[in-house]
Design a protein around this ligand. Sequence first.
Ligand code: PGA
Length: 252
Amino acid sequence: MERVPIVAANWKMHKTISEAVAFIEAFQPKVSEVGEVEIVICPPATALSPLRELVEGGRVQLGAQNVHWEAKGAFTGELSPSMLGELCTFVIIGHSERRAMFGETDGTVSKKLSSSLSEGLRPILCVGESLQQREAGETGTFIAGQVNAALDGLSESEINRIVIAYEPIWAIGTGRAATPDDAAAVIDGTIRATLANSFSQSAAGEMRVLYGGSVKPENANSFFKLDGIDGALVGGASLDPDSFLAIVEAAV
Ligand code: PGA
């Protein structure tokens, strides 16, 4: 099964509009000729509108880092799928930082997924276990539970538009990446196996599953060379154009 790789940048709460514009101006010309890979940048929401015009017609697609599930209403500080749909293509849903610090649950993740899909956004669904869960041997059960809870009630054609990012919590921002073999074991042995069980073998085969957690230019290739890993969700190393470029090139 040939799956086009995706390399996505999660800038988190980094970069003002002018810093984001400077990044795109430096980065974009360098990827115009790059081979088959989807490149996604998820800046803070404030930078989506200014970047949209800059990336139009080019290789960079934009994504948001969060979304609310309701279409509109009294939800101070939140952005709806249709608001983001005017500005970007992708949306990260269920990042572990949002689960840990902002009360996001499997239930809200599931609502965010279905309302984003109805608005035509392409969700990047994040799942990942804590160090405690890994050490207790609970990784497989926990990740399968996260995947099933998030995708509950969705049709196969809907899940075909989702990308999953496997991000072990203990590997995020720590410099301590999972080993490529451990990551691939969860991606194929748990995530794709769960999809095959709950949906179908072909849904599992078509799903692009990324690895995230301390991906750097130095280790990117060791993940991308494994068949089951279809790219990366990159935090820290995506903030510098040359470092993110090196990771994009490794994925081609
Ligand atoms: P990191 O973050 O690359 O800085 O570990 C990854 C993420 O949180 O998506």
